[in-house]
Design a protein around this ligand. Structure first.
Ligand code: FE2
Ligand code: FE2
Length: 274
């Protein structure tokens, strides 16, 4: 059978702020006419930073995109937002390719990923939520976002460009034909997809959280006043969409998500496969 649902769709890198590039691919969703972003980030400042390392399935394209933007010998930092395989898929390769790079993690992330990728301790830097990372011409801020699927998750904010890397937060499906910006997703589809992904694929505990405590976390992230929000599983969020995205995020504990594809959808997908 030629059905290959997890082959990534290649998308070109996009400069989303000065010297700040979103490395992109997308994955067709199984059982639904949707696709899902699989992004990472490069900040090409004085000390270049690679933010997350994409997936094994996307290795060749990702390494090609990365090395087209930055000389691997110049990469000084590899920031890993959390220990899921769609964020650490090429960490071993980048470690080898970029001998001057230090891996920015935390104690918990190091421990949780040690069985798959062993980073030499002398190449580690541990930064906890609220911690800062001086990368020469800017100081980046590590933040625990309100929603995550690993306890090690840290978002990363660059105050010099106003770009927030939100890790898995703000995840949403997009049309089967990938788009560059959430503004290109029909608004009802964005709202429903955003709720479906956060409740079903990231944080099923959202319906159990204390509303006031959660709202305070969202307010704190919003207070950064990010100009552009990018993350692993969403097209770029820019302009007026930033405020809408935070509204969607704030509403999650009170939002009843649509159902996710079930066994019947799987059978339909299999029946329609070539
Ligand atoms: Fe994740
Ligand atoms: Fe992810």
């Amino acid at each position: 059978m030629g059905f290959a649902p997890h082959l990534p769709i290649r998308l070109d890198p996009r400069e989303i702020a000065p010297d700040t590039f979103l490395l992109r691919s997308a994955q067709p969703a199984l059982g639904a006419p949707l696709s899902v972003s699989l992004n990472s980030l490069v900040i090409r400042g004085e000390e270049p930073v690679v933010v997350d390392t994409s997936t094994v399935a996307n290795r060749d394209a990702w390494l090609e995109d990365l090395t087209s933007l930055v000389d691997p010998a110049d990469v000084r930092w590899i920031f890993i937002s959390h220990d899921d395989e769609d964020h650490t898929g090429n960490l071993a390769q980048v470690l080898e390719l970029c001998p001057a790079a230090t891996v920015v993690m935390s104690w918990a992330l190091t421990e949780r990923s040690a069985c798959s990728v062993a980073v030499p301790p002398e190449r580690l830097r541990w930064v906890d939520p609220g911690g800062r990372l001086d990368v020469g011409d800017r100081t980046l801020l590590a933040i625990r976002p309100p929603v995550y699927d690993s306890p090690t998750t840290r978002a990363l904010y660059d105050p010099t460009t106003g770009v927030l890397w939100a890790s898995d937060t703000f995840a949403t499906p997009m049309p089967a034909e990938p788009v560059d910006d959430v503004a290109e997703i029909p608004p009802p589809m964005w709202a429903e997809g955003f709720a479906m992904f956060h409740h079903h694929a990231l944080a099923p505990w959202l319906s159990m959280v204390d509303h006031d405590a959660y709202a305070a976390e969202v307010r704190a992230l919003r207070a950064l006043d990010a100009e552009v929000v990018v993350a692993a599983h969403t097209p770029a969020i820019t302009g007026p969409s930033v405020a809408t995205a935070f509204d969607h995020l704030a509403a999650l504990p009170r939002t009843v998500p649509p159902p996710h594809p079930d066994q019947a959808a799987l059978e339909a997908a299999l029946a329609g496969a070539p």
